[in-house]
Design a protein around this ligand. Sequence first.
Ligand code: GLV
Ligand code: MN
Ligand code: MN
Length: 406
Amino acid sequence: MLSAERIMQRCAALAQHSELAGGLTRVFLSPEARAANEKVLGWMREAGMQAKLDAIGNVAGRYEGSRPGLACLMLGSHLDTVRDAGKYDGMLGVITAIECVSALSAGNRKLPFAIEVIGFGDEEGVRFGTTLLGSRAVAGIFDREVLNMKDAGGVTMADALRDAGLPPEGISTVARKKGEVLAYAELHIEQGPVLEAEGLAVGVVTAINGFSRLRVTLRGTAGHAGTVPMNLRRDALAGAAECVLATERIARSHPEVVGTVGRIEAKPGAINVIPGEVMFTVDVRAPQDPLRNATVDAIRAHIQKVSRERKLDCHIETLQEFGVTACAPRLMEQMERAVARQGFRVRRLPSGAGHDGMALGAISEICMLFVRCKGGISHSPLESISEADAAAGAKVLFDFIEHFQT
Ligand code: GLV
Ligand code: MN
Ligand code: MN
């Protein structure tokens, strides 16, 4: 029996593992992540799976099919969070997948394929500024150069892995080969308002928008806020402010593009000192790659123009880029049939947010099921879903699994 009550309880239980008192922040390879992983490993084993922590810090469970060693239908999502996050982004997909396996194993049912459930250790990229670490490792597209990236405390990813007892040399063992994964299916909250506006509990995803992430550093001259006349300043923060507004304006010029400056740090950071150096990030998403590339080019050009005009030194680094990932039509159709069989109207919609399926697309066809969230709010402690919608998502995912055609 699928239990939406248990799904909700487990989402709440994982939210207890947080570095933020009174809120939820759980980043890659943190002590809180380790505690959450232990809980998920226990739930997987209770559900009849073989479960382990893999070499990149994903929780990986396997439920054999009608004979051992069959290729798998992979299900999953992520167990890390943004800062001051909600309880469902990522976790709902992992917990619902475990619930589906638990229902199969309670009925002692074996399918003509194995099921693997993965709780990816990093999707959000909060700690090291680069995303999809767990799923990139599974898809065999983990770029080892990212091991040198440092967190805010100066710890490299390689050292963080070693500290967690995961020698980075082992990462290649996580990679799955094409053919071992028959399909990847991810249930996730919508993180937007479309399903709620249409009174629908679930929706079938058509494609995941691509993204580009930049880190921009502007250098001017720090100086005394009282003595340097305005016309002789090289104020890096005033320059950055122009760039932030330009990012907003350029992204707004196309209805399908979004652009965000989510982090900004000014040095030295004192009330009476002209800011000499500023770092800010730019995140651009779009449903077509040429549109995203053109937007990024326009933002870069504007940043360079502002830098020239204000005599600032400018360094723009591309942190990460991912193209649009289309969901496979044959899997979307299977998911739609599951939606209809469970008595819901079929609604297709694209995903503006990034998901682990973007990486899995390198080795497998993918599909996604969205579950309505209240007010379309996500990446916020206000993120919420109803138990009835958790039940709807679980029923559709279970139906999809039961009828899955390889
Ligand atoms: C992940 O949630 C992302 O889209 O940034
Ligand atoms: Mn997220
Ligand atoms: Mn997510």
